[in-house]
Design a protein around this ligand. Structure first.
Ligand code: UDP
Ligand code: MG
Length: 326
């Protein structure tokens, strides 16, 4: 029977912690009762350096339900993506499958069962996808949608309307742990792992209590990080722009020469305007070219695994081995 760990990053969540704990314990009890997961399944709360009573509440829950509720306390606030990573990497040695979910219960805990079913059907990653964004404000909805569009324009593979509510098998988390990069954008990394994936759909609700821990500033930072961690396309755009302006400078040259010959110009204008166009284009082209190398250095520095071997058939021919190293 597979042991499930539900990983919950928490930052100043004293208002929702007990409610979340209760709801998730009920889900675990229910799934274990149906024989879909092991009785030893548990919740792992990650306290992301909260300044309120979050950690004390986690301790209380652990004392009351020692088998069901576990906790990890981070020494300081490192942000949602790192807190979640810390939780997943801690949980992977204690379980067979993980589900990550926010503490505020905006994501529907009822679809965890469907995730587990898909896991048993052979999926290593199951994305929780929001059906609609009715409960989000107009502003959050439009900015978020613009963000997903921009991401795909930049060539970054993401799952539309999926945040970090996700099932990952142990081997998926282990593969993920080989990605050593510090600029984390988890939902962009999961599609890189390969493996069979699927989605489950749900309606996102209002926060049960408390306020969003993702103000506009953090959202913009996440969006910028998402693009800059996965795409060197902006640099290529600069290179393209440089080339375009150089071409334009030749057109400008023709125009300037015609004006010069027809005598409608102030002395000195022709050489000035040509220099401005040509040198401007040349500079952009040069910056773009240097940028191409920097982009490559950036990709090399990340040291991402180049491939993920899922199975090897070797020896007698029917022996299946799971490869560890790539
Ligand atoms: N969170 C965290 N560290 C932070 C900010 C947020 O661990 O620095 C957690 C937070 O406790 C919650 C999840 O990340 O469980 C998502 O945050 P929130 O619900 O406030 O974001 P929103 O749903 O408003 O985008
Ligand atoms: Mg939330």
């Amino acid at each position: 029977m597979d042991k499930l760990a539900i990983v919950v990053p928490c930052y100043n969540e004293e208002e929702v912690l007990k409610i979340a704990s209760q709801a998730l314990r009920e889900v675990l009890g229910d799934l274990a009762g149906k024989g879909k997961i092991s009785e030893e399944s548990f919740i792992l709360f990650v306290d992301d350096g909260s300044r309120d009573r979050t950690w004390e509440l986690i301790e209380e829950e652990h004392a009351a339900y020692p088998d069901r509720v576990c906790g990890v306390k981070l020494a300081g606030n490192v942000g949602h993506q790192f807190a979640l990573t810390a939780g997943l990497l801690t949980a992977k040695d204690m379980c067979d499958v993980t589900v990550s979910i926010d503490a505020d219960l905006q994501d529907d805990v009822a679809v965890i069962e469907e995730m587990i079913d898909k896991f048993h059907a052979g999926c290593d990653i199951v994305y929780g996808v929001r059906r609609e964004r009715k409960t989000d404000t107009f502003f959050k909805r439009t900015t978020a949608q613009a963000f997903y569009k921009l991401m795909s324009l930049m060539g970054v593979k993401t799952v539309y309307n999926h945040a970090d509510f996700r099932l990952m098998s142990k081997r998926a988390v282990e593969e993920f742990s080989r990605y050593k990069e510090t600029n984390l954008f988890l939902r962009g990394m999961m599609p890189l792992l390969g493996y069979q994936t699927d989605s489950v759909y749900y309606d996102r609700r209002e926060r049960v209590a408390g306020e969003s821990k993702y103000p506009l500033k953090k959202m913009l930072a996440l969006a910028f990080n998402g693009i800059s961690s996965f795409s060197v396309k902006p640099i290529t755009l600069i290179l393209g722009l440089g080339a375009f302006i150089i071409v334009m400078s030749f057109l400008a040259a023709v125009y300037a020469l015609i004006s010069y010959c027809t005598g409608h110009v102030v002395p000195g204008w022709t050489s000035l305007i040509l220099s401005i166009w040509f040198l401007g284009g040349l500079q952009l082209l040069a910056i773009g070219l240097v940028g191409q190398y920097i982009g490559k250095i950036y990709i090399e520095v990340k040291g991402r695994p180049r491939y993920n071997i899922e199975k090897v058939l070797a020896g007698g021919g029917d022996e299946e081995k799971e490869a560890e190293e790539a």
